[in-house]
Design a binder for this molecule. Structure first.
Ligand code: SAM
Length: 233
């Protein structure tokens, strides 16, 4: 899978060379290409924004610059790219959304700043048969200063789902939001068995795998009841 990310702050995406996503890139499971939007600006001082039609505060990122950038990036993709536009007004990004993206060989993430991107960009790429569609997505009901932090969240979530990326592929189906029972993952512990008078539940030290599975199921249910009762069946 190739993920292209376009931003006016390419340095913001540098953490994608670290940890799991960095490893996925080293092993060729994922390629992340970061582009500076200003490279496609035709304006003096590489400006990429202008005042909003109708007046009002803030600036809007202009459609011609985004159009040039996205068209050129699409030409370097082997398959039709999916255009992802992070925006607080989009559909909330979740585990099923991430799973649905794993089938795409090419994803382009357009990170905005200011008041966002001229709405005609999303409109235009929805009509383009050489693109695999446009998805406007939010990472939560709050407002960030730019789409870069959202892109970091989305790339890491998708990378974990690419076959062969996780060290232990058996751990993913137990994850919160991935379990067949829809519950949160239960509590987890490691050595030492006692820490500041707090004991690990003795059943986890018993070696009785049936009893451990039962305890884990009960722990998942209790945690879900306490923290996310909306997820209970
Ligand atoms: N005025 C815009 C609005 O109310 O929808 C907010 C613009 S915000 C300051 C600038 C950019 O940050 C957005 O265009 C988007 O790229 C990104 N952004 C902000 N919050 C986000 C969120 N919750 N999820 C995804 N992207 C977000």
């Amino acid at each position: 899978m190739i993920i292209d990310i376009v931003s006016i702050f390419p340095e913001y995406l540098e953490p994608l060379s670290l940890s799991l996503v960095g490893k996925a890139q080293e092993t060729g499971k994922l390629t992340v290409r970061v582009h500076d939007l200003r490279d496609w600006s035709a304006a003096p001082h590489h400006r990429v924004d202008d005042t909003p039609y109708g007046g009002g505060p803030g600036m809007v990122m202009d459609a011609p610059t985004w159009g040039r950038a996205l068209d050129e990036i699409a030409q370097s993709c082997d398959s039709k790219p999916l255009l992802v536009i992070p925006t607080p007004s989009g559909k909330v990004f979740d585990q099923p959304t991430a799973r649905s993206w794993v089938g795409n060989q090419s994803i382009v993430i357009a990170c905005a700043r200011y008041e966002g991107i001229d709405s005609r960009v999303s409109q235009h790429y929805q009509t383009r048969s050489d693109w695999a569609g446009v998805q406007e997505v939010s990472i939560g009901n709050y407002v960030l200063a730019g789409g870069e932090a959202a892109a970091l969240v989305m790339v890491e979530t998708v990378a974990r789902l690419i076959p062969g990326v996780l060290g232990n592929p058996e751990s993913a189906p137990d994850d919160t939001f991935s379990r067949a029972d829809g519950l949160l993952e239960g509590s987890v512990y490691t050595k030492p068995p006692t820490w500041r008078d707090l004991e690990v539940p003795p059943v986890l030290l018993s070696g009785n795998h049936q009893a451990i599975d039962q305890w884990r199921a009960a722990s998942a249910e209790e945690k879900t009841r306490n923290l996310r009762p909306d997820l209970l069946p």
